[in-house]
Design a binder for this molecule. Structure first.
Ligand code: NAD
Length: 251
């Protein structure tokens, strides 16, 4: 999608879904890619399939992030692209949000994203690109997403300030806000197959383009934002949602 030849990229949560599709796209566009994830088995399997380097690091653990940065330094020296993609979705109605669900979602989706950036900044080249994977939930009042939505809204706020502050180094920072995308993230909530199908049908009806996004749809946008073709784009947020965010009256 973009020309990434000669660039080095790290994708957090690259063993599955959107991260995996983006690793494939980055590689096709000429980048040297490192993917990360939490499970050694899954990261190694994905890295082998993709022909990229796979490293294990839980983004909610700051010492694991320090170790990850050291490993990336050893393997690649410096970095041009950081795709902050790792995230989880733990739906619950207001009134039933537990402290544990709050800490886990904020710890991975917000704190994990922030400290991924903070820790990688010293090895990120001037002129580099950071892309944060947020969600249109940052702006919608979709039921059962209060904490998830807050974690993504917080990430978008951090993105704007980071874009301003890193501009002197010509590091561009942008956020991508997908609508519903077909990935394993929904099955990981523990919902049964029938519930998942009902949920998917209800959501799909509300998308003007009448489909879920594909991970490749998002990968194309991320690859463009990572490339020099996007060299005047920073501090932006890009909805990629089949129009879901602009049309609340579809049933
Ligand atoms: P996915 O479950 O397929 O992938 C999530 C990835 O994040 C996995 O590789 C997982 O190992 C990794 N991950 C989770 N917790 C981690 C941790 N603590 N440390 C390191 N890695 C961790 O789901 P996906 O849909 O591809 O999700 C990718 C991103 O897209 C997430 O940030 C998610 O919030 C966001 N998103 C997804 C959708 C959607 O509909 N699928 C919509 C909007 C935003």
């Amino acid at each position: 999608m973009g020309n990434l030849s000669g660039k080095t990229a790290v994708i957090t949560g690259g063993n599955s879904g959107i991260g995996y599709a983006t690793a494939k796209q980055f590689k096709a566009d000429g980048a040297n890619v490192i993917i990360t994830g939490r499970s050694q088995e899954k990261v190694s399997a994905a890295a082998d399939e993709l022909g990229v380097i796979g490293l294990v690091a839980d983004v909610s653990n700051l010492s694991a992030l320090d170790h990850l940065v050291e490993q990336v330094k050893e393997r690649m020296g410096v970095l041009d692209i950081l795709f902050v993609n790792a995230g989880i979705f733990a739906p619950a109605p207001v009134g039933q949000n537990s402290e544990e669900m709050f800490d886990t979602q904020m710890g991975i989706n917000f704190k994990g994203a922030v400290f991924t950036i903070e820790k990688f900044l010293p090895v990120l080249n001037d002129g580099g690109a950071i892309i944060n994977l947020s969600s249109i939930n940052a702006y919608t009042g979709m039921p059962n997403t209060s904490i998830y939505a807050a974690s993504k809204a917080a990430l978008n706020a951090y993105t704007r300030t980071a874009a301003t502050e890193l501009a002197p180094r010509n590091i561009r920072v942008n956020a991508v806000n997908p609508g519903p995308v077909t990935t394993p993230i929904f099955a990981k909530t523990g919902m049964q197959e029938e519930q998942l199908n009902d949920f998917a049908n209800a959501i799909q009806k509300r998308v003007p383009l009448k489909r879920f996004g594909k991970p490749e749809d998002v990968a194309n946008l991320v690859s463009f934002l990572a490339s020099d073709d996007a060299s005047f784009i920073t501090g932006g947020e890009y909805n990629i949602d089949g129009g879901m965010n602009i049309n609340p009256i579809l049933s």
